[in-house]
Design a binder for this molecule. Structure first.
Ligand code: COA
Length: 205
């Protein structure tokens, strides 16, 4: 498969683009204002997250993209591109079976404003149209209602529970797995395009 282009992708309010080394300070600032929320659900988001953690993340992220293992995108507002809003990633769980996964977080002082839903719709477009995935999953810790709402709003189906799937803060958390198939995405393509709001061609870069 050809590598995924590193060009920025756009949605109505956001630009999604690969990480750069100079993003570390802004990413730390975003993680630090969100620490209490992130720490509940994400194994990497330990209290005391520092610049060294962000530098390592960005280094891994650049390497993963080059090696076609995972595609991490920084979420930035079109009208405020220097402030880090959160991350969204797409990766293959199985290339041969064309199954992929999406993961995301949004800084806490920007939540409940439809950001995750909008950028995840854009990530679905990447998954189904650029990476030609057949099936995309989300794994959501049981109890993470905000993320479940994102899955519901995007039309994912809740398929079951993965018991003690991920260890967070020393405790194994059950995760629900949510799936969306390519034909389900295509059937409702107007809905996803509406969430995204623009095509990349329509945005002046
Ligand atoms: C989950 C997360 C990404 C959602 O981001 P967001 O930009 O706020 O998402 P949206 O605004 O698109 O949708 C959030 C929905 O959850 C709802 N919500 C938020 N907190 C909630 C809570 N504690 N209980 C119930 N609903 C909640 C919002 O009202 C909204 O639903 P609505 O549109 O029906 O009103 C964000 O909260 C986050 O980063 N959390 C910490 C990290 C994380 O959980 N990542 C996902 C791992 S699977």
């Amino acid at each position: 498969m050809d590598d995924l282009s590193t060009d920025p992708r756009f949605s109505r309010r956001f630009v999604l683009r690969p990480f750069r080394r100079r993003d570390a300070d802004e990413m730390v600032a975003a993680v630090q204002v969100s620490q209490m929320e992130l720490n509940k659900w994400l194994p990497w988001a330990h209290l005391g997250y520092s610049k060294g953690d962000a530098v390592n993340y960005i280094r891994d992220s650049v390497r993963s993209w080059r090696e076609e293992r995972a595609y991490d995108l920084a979420i930035r507002k079109l009208d405020e591109p220097d402030r880090h809003i959160g991350n969204i990633s797409v990766w293959f769980v199985s290339r041969s079976f064309k199954t992929g996964e999406i993961g995301y977080w949004v800084r806490t002082d920007e939540t409940a404003n439809g950001i995750a839903t909008e950028v995840a719709a854009r990530a679905l477009q990447i998954a189904f149209e650029e990476l030609k995935m057949h099936r995309v999953i989300l794994r959501i810790a049981v109890g993470n209602r905000a993320s479940e709402r994102v899955a519901e709003k995007l039309g994912f189906f809740r398929e079951g529970i993965l018991r003690e799937e991920i260890k967070v803060r020393g405790e194994w958390l059950d995760h629900s797995v949510w799936g969306l198939l390519e034909h389900e995405y295509r059937k409702n393509i107007g809905f996803y395009q509406g969430l995204i709001g623009v095509t990349d061609e329509a945005v002046e870069t």
